[in-house]
Structure formats: structure tokens, C-alpha cells
Design a protein around this ligand. Structure first.
Ligand code: CS2
Length: 489
């Protein structure tokens, strides 16, 4: 908004200047505390967990504000600090709603001040640490935390200025144990199978090196838990910045749009005090794995199929890809025929309805979601989303042929995205190494880089023959033709 020729920025003082239909916090930001420390203050966290916290704060649960931690860059802190850490969260569906979220009390930038981050987690006020650090933040290789990775080796030698989240957590737990402080919960909020176990593993290996005495305290005072998180949240672009300032009348450097749907299922395994997230729509469950699996194998798996094939066909957004009937049909069949029958679905979910709802959500053209956003870090994502289903299906003597086709398309995608300069993946350098060679060997190379050897399918001759056949056909005839042929077989 222009006031006397100046653009007015969203912040506490200017809240009263917002357009009247914008929903604002019912609490005073000065009155809240943060018993939660969250690692990874990206868009997803700000449109998901922070909204649940904001709901709690609106109910008068004043301690459940969030201290955010950025592990790498200062960009989110730089954008939000001048706004008193307030930001706009538009919900874009059939109707649009604008809401201001105030749950973040501050953002610490880890490389600038590692001690401040360690102290925040060590502070007795902190009951819960949550994380959205993306798949690559867990350093999983062949099913375990890769303790030979350079970043972890760094933390094994130096825990005062850590590089990994495990290092920050271990350093803080050493402090908490030395003062026999309060119990604490560490909760994974990423799209991971068993994220809590990876957190435990990573922390444990660092404690064994730096402070074996802390291990027994950790056993009784720390829980490593997991959750299933769900809300489609695209990256913020210029268009959204304008849409927000036009509508709300205040400029916001970091709004975050999301779909109307939101779900959070949390493993009920809290050593620290449990925030009453169930009062604001979250579900606490004893067994989290089936919920994680349903989300990863149905929603994220189909997202990755659509994004991979969509990119190869030249689409920018997932909802555009879904308008291609053959492709939409292929993806639905992949999940309903290859994945659903071999997945354990919790009693309170109807698998087939869940899948239909996922496709309905992906159709939302008011919330464009880029194929390349899903395609980022795909070498890590397919290990969570596709490969376990392929192994389970093969173990039951089934033929997951749609997933074989998807995997072949993914191999083609990696080469094409690399050649186009579009690939964003922790393994960019490793994939690039094979670019000069013939694409015929890409399957072995790329799949083994993406953890293939850890899975059974990699040595299943019948399945790998199928992948090779589809790969050759896609290279020869193009993905559209290969897909049409596949659908008529
Ligand atoms: C997406 C997810 O970018 C991606 O890989 O599949 O971020 C997806 O939108 C969320 O998991 C939805 O909850």
C-alpha cells in the first residue's frame, strides 16, 4: 500500500491498515512464548505447522509459538524480521482467504550463530523440536544415515559449529543432559518413512563420539517421533507478491500460498510436553507408519509420476499435466493397481477415496504447482515414494509395470533435466559424470546412485528387463508415444 508515496510493509504496527477481510492473530505477539524450536522455516512449514500453532495461540495457548532455525541461508530471516515475523498465508481454492500468521517469534540463522541455535534447543523452555529439512537433510544412504558423508564427518570432529541437524541436536542434548534438564521431543515433519528413527540414528552416532555419558539420559528423556504432514504449498513467485499486496493493502516479502486441504497426523510419542494440536485439527496416533505410507505411496508417488512425465512432455505445472487424459489415467492406474493392493491402509482411511481426493486436489488451477518443484531432489524422493512399493509388490509376485514405466521415465528425466540445466538434486554432480556416455547405461548408473542397490528390485531380472524395455522405447519414440503404447497393452 502507498501511504504518502511510501510503500507500507506488513508488521505489527501496521496490522490495522490491512483490508478488512484479512484474518489477523487474536493474540498480542508480545505475550507469546516459544516452546517449539523448528528447523527449516521454508514455505511448507509456514503454511502447515505454523498455522496449527497460530490456531493454538488464537485459543490462548500462549506458549506454543515457534523459534525458527534456518540451517543455511539468512534469506527468510531477512525478509521476515522487518515484518516482526508476520506473514500472509493466502488459501487458494474455489474461494480465496487471506490470513496473517504470527506464530514465529524469531528466526535464528545457524551458520551466523551456531551457539544461539544450540542454546535455543538446550533451553529448558523448549519442549519440542520439529523439522522440515527435506529428504536430503537426513543423509540417508542404503537405508541408514550415511555416517561417512562429509557433513557428518565434520560434526564427528567438531560439534561446536555443526553442519548437520544431528550436530545441533546432539550438542544441545549434551547441554540438557549435563544440567539434567527437562525431557524433550524431536519430531520429524518431512515426507519420510520413519524419519524419527533417522534422527535418532544421526544423533546417537554423534553422541557416541562426543559424549557417551549423554546416551543414557537420552534414552529416558528424549523421544524421536514422526508425523505425516500434508498440504500442497508451492514456491512463492512475483505474481503472488502482487496478488497479496493488492488484496491485503500491505507489502509482504514472504507470503506463502497453500491449498484449502491440510492434514497432520502425529505419532503420540512425546517425552516433552505435548502441545494440544488435537484441539486444532491434528490427530495423535500410536502407529504412524501406515499413515506415512499412505501419504508417500499415494499422494507423493503420484505427484512424482505426474511431474516426471509432465516435464518430459513440456508441461510447467502439475495441473496442466493432469489435463492430459492418458497421463491422468496412467497415474491413477499406477496407484490403484500397483500400489493400493500392497499397502496397509489405516482403518480410518478409505484408500480408493483418498486417491480420488488427491487427484481432485492436484487439479486445483488456482494453486499452480511446478513439475520442477516436485522434480527437485527426486533421487531422494523416489526412495521414499516409489521404490518401497516396487519391492513390496515384487515380494508378493506382482508386476508393478506402471512403476517400471515411471522409473524408466525418471531415468530419461534426469538426463534431459541435466542437459537443460533444470536439474536441482544433491546428486547433480554424480549424474553429470555420466552425461557424455551413451544413455543406454543410464538405468544402472542413475538407479544405483539413487539408492537402487539397497532395494530388491534392482536385482530382479524380470522387473529390470521391463524398465529397460520402456526406457529404450521412450528414447526411441518419445514419452507420449511410449505411454500410448503402454496403455494399449
Ligand atoms: C511434493 C510435496 O514437491 C513435492 O515433492 O510432492 O511437497 C507435496 O506437495 C506435499 O507433500 C503435499 O503435502
Amino acid at each position: 500500500m502507498l501511504s504518502g508515496g511510501r510503500i507500507v510493509r506488513l508488521n505489527t504496527k501496521n496490522l490495522s491498515l490491512l483490508a478488512k477481510d484479512v484474518i489477523t492473530p487474536k493474540y498480542n505477539k508480545n505475550d507469546i512464548n516459544s516452546a517449539i524450536v523448528h528447523f527449516g522455516v521454508g514455505n511448507f512449514h509456514r503454511a502447515h505447522q505454523a498455522v496449527y500453532s497460530d490456531d493454538l495461540l488464537n485459543l490462548g495457548e500462549k506458549k506454543w509459538g515457534i523459534t525458527g532455525v534456518s540451517l543455511r541461508s539468512s534469506s527468510m530471516r531477512d525478509k521476515l524480521k522487518p515484518q516482526d515475523y508476520l506473514y500472509t498465508q493466502p488459501t487458494l481454492g474455489l474461494s480465496t482467504e487471506y490470513r496473517i500468521i504470527g506464530a514465529l517469534t524469531e528466526i535464528l540463522v545457524a551458520p551466523e550463530n551456531p551457539t544461539a541455535v544450540i542454546n535455543a534447543v538446550a533451553n529448558a523452555r523448549t519442549q519440542l523440536v520439529t523439522l522440515t529439512i527435506t529428504e536430503k537433510g537426513y543423509y540417508v544412504k542404503d537405508g541408514n544415515v550415511d555416517t561417512n558423508h562429509a557433513d557428518i564427518c565434520h560434526d564427528l570432529n567438531n560439534i561446536d559449529t555443526p553442519k548437520t541437524v544431528f550436530g545441533y541436536l546432539a550438542a544441545a542434548l549434551i547441554q540438557r543432559a549435563s544440567s539434567n534438564s527437562k525431557a524433550i521431543t524431536i519430531l520429524c515433519c518431512d515426507n519420510m518413512n520413519g524419519g524419527g528413527e533417522y534422527l535418532h540414528q544421526g544423533v546417537q552416532c554423534l553422541l557416541e563420539k562426543h559424549s557417551p555419558d549423554t546416551l543414557s539420559w537420552v534414552k529416558t528423556k528424549v523421544s524421536f517421533s514422526a508425523s505425516m504432514v500434508d498440504r500442497v504449498t508451492p514456491a512463492t513467485n512475483e505474481k503472488l507478491l502482487h496478488q497479496v499486496s493488492n488484496h491485503t493493502q500491505l507489502d509482504d516479502a514472504a507470503p506463502v500460498a497453500a491449498e484449502p486441504f491440510s492434514q497432520w497426523v502425529i505419532e503420540d510419542n512425546f517425552a516433552g510436553e505435548r502441545p494440544p494440536f488435537d484441539k486444532v485439527g491434528a490427530l495423535f496416533v500410536k502407529a504412524i507408519a501406515p499413515y506415512e505410507q499412505v501419504k508417500l505411496r499415494f499422494l507423493n508417488a503420484s505427484h512424482s509420476i505426474l511431474a516426471t512425465l509432465g516435464y518430459l512432455l513440456g508441461d510447467t505445472y502439475v495441473h496442466e499435466t493432469l489435463q492430459r487424459n492418458t497421463l491422468a489415467q496412467f497415474t491413477e492406474q499406477a496407484i490403484k493397481q500397483d500400489v493400493l493392493p500392497i499397502t496397509h491402509v489405516p482403518d480410518d482411511i478409505n484408500g480408493s477415496d483418498y486417491i480420488d481426493q488427491v487427484f481432485e486436489r492436484f487439479h486445483n488451477a488456482n494453486l499452480p504447482y511446478a513439475c520442477l518443484q516436485v522434480g527437485s531432489d527426486s533421487s531422494q524422493k523416489i526412495q521414499q515414494r516409489w521404490l518401497p512399493s516396487i519391492d513390496d509388490a515384487l515380494a508378493q509376485n506382482k508386476q508393478p509395470r506402471h512403476l517400471a514405466f515411471a522409473l524408466a521415465a525418471w531415468v530419461v528425466y534426469i538426463r534431459k533435466a541435466l542437459e537443460n540445466g533444470d536439474l536441482s538434486d544433491p546428486l547433480n554432480a554424480e549424474f553429470s559424470h555420466y552425461l557424455p556416455a551413451s544413455p543406454n547405461n543410464d538405468i544402472q548408473h542413475f538407479l544405483s546412485l539413487a539408492g537402487g542397490q539397497h532395494f530388491q528390485y534392482f536385482t530382479h531380472l524380470g522387473f529390470m528387463n521391463q524398465v529397460e524395455g520402456y526406457h529404450a522405447h521412450i528414447l526411441e519414440a518419445g514419452v507420449e508415444q511410449a505411454l500410448n503404447t503402454f496403455m494399449t497393452q
